[in-house]
Design a protein around this ligand. Structure first.
Ligand code: CO
Length: 211
C-alpha cells in the first residue's frame, strides 16, 4: 500500500474543503451549527476499517467510538460516556457494534502472544475464547476460528450494551435505540448483520420484553 505523506494530509484537506464548498457554499455553516446523527458506531481502531467510507456516510451521520477489538467494557468510562451521551442527549436511533475479520486484537486473544498492555485489554476476548473453545477449535484453520471469534466478540459486546444502566433507563422510558451486531468482511468489503439471540436474552432478563 502506498504511504500517505505527512504534507499530503494538509493538501488533501484543502481539496476536501473545496469539494464540500462546491456542493454547498454553506456546508461549513451547517456543519458547525449542530449534530443529530442517527447512528452510534462502535468499531475497532484498525486502520483498514474506515467506518464512514465503507457506508459512504457523510459528516454528521455517525457518532463514533473506536478502540482495539471494539470492546464495550462495563467499567470503561470512555465507552460508557460515549454511550450515555449518544443515548440520552443525541437520541440516536441505532447502536451498531462493528467488528471485522482478521482483527489483530481478537487474534492476540487466540495466540496468547505477550504484546504488553493489550493483553489486559483483550482479557474478555480470551475469556470468550475459553468459553467457546470446543466450537472454535473445530474450524479447519486458525484464521477461520479467529474470524468466528470476531463474530462472537461482537455479539458479546452488544449483550454488554443491553446490560448497562444507560440502556436500562432508556427502556424504562420506552424510548430506546435498536442495537445491532455487524462484521466487516475484510476479504470482500461487505458488511454482514449478525443474528443476536434476543429471545434467549429476554428469557435471561438481559433484554426487556418491550424491546
Ligand atoms: Co480489529
Amino acid at each position: 500500500m502506498k504511504h500517505l505523506d505527512y504534507k499530503e494530509l494538509f493538501e488533501n484537506n484543502e481539496q476536501w474543503i473545496n469539494e464540500k464548498l462546491k456542493t454547498s457554499s454553506t456546508f461549513f455553516d451547517e456543519l458547525a451549527s449542530s449534530q443529530s446523527p442517527d447512528y452510534l458506531m462502535i468499531g475497532c481502531s484498525d486502520s483498514r476499517v474506515p467506518l464512514s467510507s465503507i457506508m459512504k456516510a457523510k459528516a454528521g451521520e455517525f457518532f463514533v467510538h473506536r478502540n482495539i477489538a471494539n470492546q464495550v467494557g462495563l467499567t470503561d468510562m470512555n465507552t460508557l460516556s460515549v454511550l450515555e451521551y449518544s443515548v440520552d442527549h443525541l437520541h440516536i436511533k441505532h447502536i451498531i457494534v462493528i467488528g471485522h475479520y482478521r482483527c489483530g486484537g481478537v487474534g492476540a486473544a487466540v495466540d496468547g502472544v505477550d504484546q504488553g498492555l493489550i493483553e489486559n485489554w483483550i482479557a474478555p476476548i480470551k475469556e470468550l475464547y475459553i468459553k467457546n473453545k470446543q466450537e472454535l477449535d473445530s474450524y479447519p484453520t486458525r484464521q477461520a476460528s479467529t474470524d468466528r471469534l470476531s463474530e462472537l466478540n461482537v455479539i458479546e459486546q452488544t449483550r454488554n450494551i443491553f446490560r448497562t444502566p444507560i440502556l436500562e433507563r432508556a427502556f424504562n422510558r420506552k424510548n430506546f435505540p435498536k442495537i445491532h451486531g455487524w462484521i466487516f468482511d475484510i476479504y470482500n468489503g461487505k458488511i454482514k448483520e449478525l443474528e443476536l439471540p434476543i429471545e434467549k436474552w429476554k428469557k435471561e432478563g438481559i433484554v426487556p420484553e418491550c424491546y
